[in-house]
Design a protein around this ligand. Structure first.
Ligand code: GLN
Length: 302
């Protein structure tokens, strides 16, 4: 780890500023898109301080311990491991969620999915929502935090997801509102409904796996090589999970209940039609913050 400095490197101290400059150059060379920002986030993590603090500490010497931590993190990032896995958390809807290997990192598009659901969830009366594929738990937990009478029954097939989501439910203190069930797609909810035929929900939300098999090889290394394929990949048209979800959704929902699904822009029109043939009406396609078709909603036909 030697910087390109004109003066004698041996005598020059590793200050915050010098480490930031060196790391920025190194990450840039490794193809990282926002090298300066990431250098700052990593150094702030190594020094256990807020990123903004670094700017008042430019001349401070970085300790040997902090440099050792930093060196290890920078090496991992150079191998294109996602920053969120290295620092162990990701912000979503203004809150911090624990993440790590085995769980999908919350995406900004999914904040739009949450916003759309919140439009259909009452503030002052109880509601019961199903979520399929909870991952880190970011959707279920955010709905619970934003609507204190909202209860979410969420499923995920992955035990890694269960571990992180349980941690996040505890961290955000929503144990009384979020029920996590391990199992495939809607199966755990169907089991509940089998013993309680009156069990019907007010809405269903999912950010399912929706990447086509042939697209997997084109994903950024951070995603394709590091994030769990079970959370991403869904068959030759990316709709394997969506089809199974839609087939059994209506029977678990009350009349007029909503469904909201995050999808690839190219899948939205076909899924809108699929919903209209599967007991839903009033299908709408919504754009994400990048202006791309991203979310399909519909309501359970009466
Ligand atoms: N949009 C995601 C991506 O980054 C895909 C997430 C998903 O399949 N639900 O590739």
């Amino acid at each position: 780890m030697e910087p390109n400095q004109p003066s004698t490197p041996a005598q020059e101290a590793w200050t915050v500023q010098r480490i930031l400059l060196w790391t920025t150059g190194f990450l840039k060379q490794k193809g990282i898109e926002s090298p300066r920002l990431e250098a700052e986030l990593l150094l702030a993590h190594a020094r256990k301080c807020a990123r903004i603090r670094l700017y008042t500490e430019f001349e401070s010497i970085v300790s040997d311990d902090e440099r050792a931590v930093m060196r290890e993190m920078v090496q991992r990032r150079a191998k294109r491991e996602p920053l969120a896995y290295i620092v162990g958390s990701k912000e979503f809807y203004g809150r911090n969620f624990d993440v790590g290997k085995g769980v999908l990192i919350p995406r900004p598009e999914t904040e739009t999915l949450v916003d759309i659901c919140l439009d259909s969830i009452p503030k002052d009366s109880p509601s019961h929502i199903i979520e399929v594929g909870f991952g880190s738990g970011c959707i279920a937990i955010t709905l619970a935090k934003q609507r204190d009478q909202c209860h979410v029954t969420a499923t995920d097939v992955s035990s890694d997801a269960m571990r992180f989501a349980l941690q996040n439910v505890a961290k955000h203190a929503v144990e009384s509102q979020v029920r996590l069930l391990q199992g495939d797609c809607l199966a755990p909810v169907q089991s509940l409904a089998a013993v309680d035929p009156d069990l019907l929900f007010d809405g269903l939300v999912s950010n399912p796996p929706y990447v086509r098999d042939d697209e997997m090889a084109t994903l950024q290394p951070e995603v394709g090589q590091h994030e769990p394929h079970t959370a991403l990949q869904a068959g030759s048209d990316g709709l394997d999970i969506v089809r199974r979800l839609v087939r059994h959704a209506a029977e678990l929902l009350k009349p007029a209940a909503f469904v909201a699904l995050e999808l690839d822009p190219e899948q939205c029109a076909v899924v809108a039609e699929l919903l209209e043939c599967s007991g839903f009406s009033d299908a709408h396609i919504h754009k994400d913050l990048s202006g791309l078709n991203r979310i399909v909603t519909a309501v359970r036909a009466a």
